[in-house]
Structure formats: structure tokens, C-alpha cells
Design a protein around this ligand. Structure first.
Ligand SMILES: [Zn+2]
Ligand SMILES: [Zn+2]
Length: 134
């Protein structure tokens, strides 16, 4: 029965599901978290397949691979330029919109005068609303 499905179509289905999960979650999940959620709709999926597809999607520019100081790679469904806020208590990552003034300020740093800067990254740390209200 499995043979009626062309392999490339199955691969596309897997990739679409993985993309949909990363975009829907907004929590910047790790490969492991995506795997556990994807498995509910595709029980035969392996962690290796999820990882490969995440890397491919990032290469295609459909998602972004991000790395924060806690270690491993996480995946971001928002590909437009933006900043991050990380809660020091629960580790929750939220998206912060980039403003032109902030970007200008970052690029205008005097130490960068003799360097060619293409990009920058800013991470804010603190307590998220959930942790603050506890
Ligand atoms: Zn928190
Ligand atoms: Zn993000």
C-alpha cells in the first residue's frame, strides 16, 4: 500500500508538517520538541528526518535556525528580521519587532567603523509576564 505514494510526495508532506509546526508554535522549538509534536500526526517519523527537514527548511529560508546561550539549535518560524526576549526564569523566547532606529543605532557603533557589517543580533533578558506575576 505504501508504494502508491511517490517518495518525493511523502517527503513534501513531512516537510510541510514540520514547517507548519515551527510557524504555529512561535516558541522557537528545538528539533526534539518539533519531533514530539510531529509524531502525533506522523507516528513513523524519526528524529533524524525531522532534523534533516529543519536544516533544509532553514537553508531554503523558510524558517531560521537560531542559537541562544542555553546551547542547542532552535527553530524560528518568523523569517523577517526581529529581536528576541528570553525569560531568565522559564527560558521562554518571544519575538520583539525590530525598529529602524534600533537598527541604525546598532550599525552606528564606533568600533564597527573599519568592519563590514551585514547583520546584527540583539537579545533582551528578563522575566516574562507569566513568571513576573508568580
Ligand atoms: Zn518566564
Ligand atoms: Zn524569533
Amino acid at each position: 500500500m505504501g508504494s502508491v505514494f511517490a517518495p518525493h510526495r511523502r517527503h513534501t508532506k513531512q516537510r510541510d508538517l514540520i514547517l507548519e509546526i515551527v510557524q504555529r508554535l512561535k516558541s522557537h522549538p528545538s528539533a526534539d520538541e518539533v519531533y514530539h509534536i510531529a509524531k502525533r500526526s506522523m507516528p513513523t517519523l524519526s528524529l533524524g528526518t525531522v532534523y534533516r527537514n529543519l536544516k533544509l527548511l532553514a537553508e531554503e529560508g523558510k524558517i531560521k535556525e537560531v542559537r541562544f546561550d542555553q546551547g542547542g539549535s532552535r527553530f524560528d518560524g518568523m523569517v523577517e528580521a526581529h529581536e528576541h526576549f528570553i525569560c531568565k526564569n522559564c527560558g521562554n523566547v518571544s519575538d520583539i519587532a525590530q525598529t529602524p532606529a534600533l537598527k541604525h543605532f546598532a550599525f552606528a557603533h564606533p568600533d564597527l567603523r573599519h568592519l563590514t557589517v551585514n547583520d546584527y543580533e540583539m537579545v533582551y533578558y528578563g522575566l516574562c509576564n507569566d513568571c513576573r506575576s508568580k
